[in-house]
Design a protein around this ligand. Sequence first.
Ligand code: TRP
Length: 333
Amino acid sequence: MTNSKIVLTGDRPTGPLHLGHYLGSLKTRLELQDKYKVYILIADIQALTDNFDNPKKVSDNVLEVLLDYLSIGLDPQKTTFVLQSAVPEIAELTVFFMNLVTLGQLEQNPTVKTEIEQKRFKGGIPLGFLAYPVSQAADIAIFKANLVPVGEDQLPMIEQTREIVRRFNRYYGNILVEPEAMLSKFPRLPGTDGKDKMSKSLGNVINLSDDAKTLEKKVRGMYTDPARVHATTPGNVEGNPVFTYLDAFDPDPKIVEELKTRYRKGAVTDAEVKERLIKTLNDFLDPIRSRRAEYIDNREALIEILRSGTERARKITATTISEVKAALSLKNF
Ligand code: TRP
């Protein structure tokens, strides 16, 4: 029974994926691909809702994001990669869903609210942006997904999806599946600047694609304990991102504990702790870098993975949409 679960999740292709994405969702996907049928949507249409003035940025990042997925070990034999814009059934279902959501509900979505504040759209809020949770509900429902592994900020989208699906099923018959959100069990990673969240727009990220030199530079520049002026000053480990990263990635907790003890006593330099982190992250990233190297000059292979994944996905989306149209008493010619 468990094996029949369908997992769907997605990303907007707007830039490279980073360590925050890894802990927040990619690592969970790696575990899930061995157990369930996993679909990962490269949500280029959703990315256009706030990049309508720069479509090239979106299209340029489609294969980059796929490369990130493959480099961490998501396996096209197990996981199906799907390009959103190549699945017109999602757009169709979005239109049907529009009738089942009110403007008020959309305006109340806390994630969309925050994004609107951050983005400061000139000349008003695009309808497409305000309504992207509806299209995201269609992304999920068209696959009849049971499980949606996402970060916390996406919970309102899943809740909205559940409401839409319930309304749909109530009006038209029990056709669609109410999905459940699945939160990462790994901790949230702060930015290299100590800010709460690693985020491209804050410029405080370590990308999965960073080479050793870039990584070293970023780690050496990392925020530590600002009150600690000398190596002999007792330092704070809690809330210190260097230690948060070590906790998350260092395979040897004993060494990390030992460094923490010395840090608290003022018996280790920041440089030594950062040296350990550089090694830890390079050890983590090295296999990712070599998998990336296998694909990076093989655009054809990347395109083929995405093309064949999308083709497989469309067998499902076409079936769902004809069930939906029948339920809506629309003619299926
Ligand atoms: N909104 C998600 C994000 O910004 C991306 C996304 C698009 C998604 N479609 C999805 C996530 C479907 C889960 C399910 O990260």
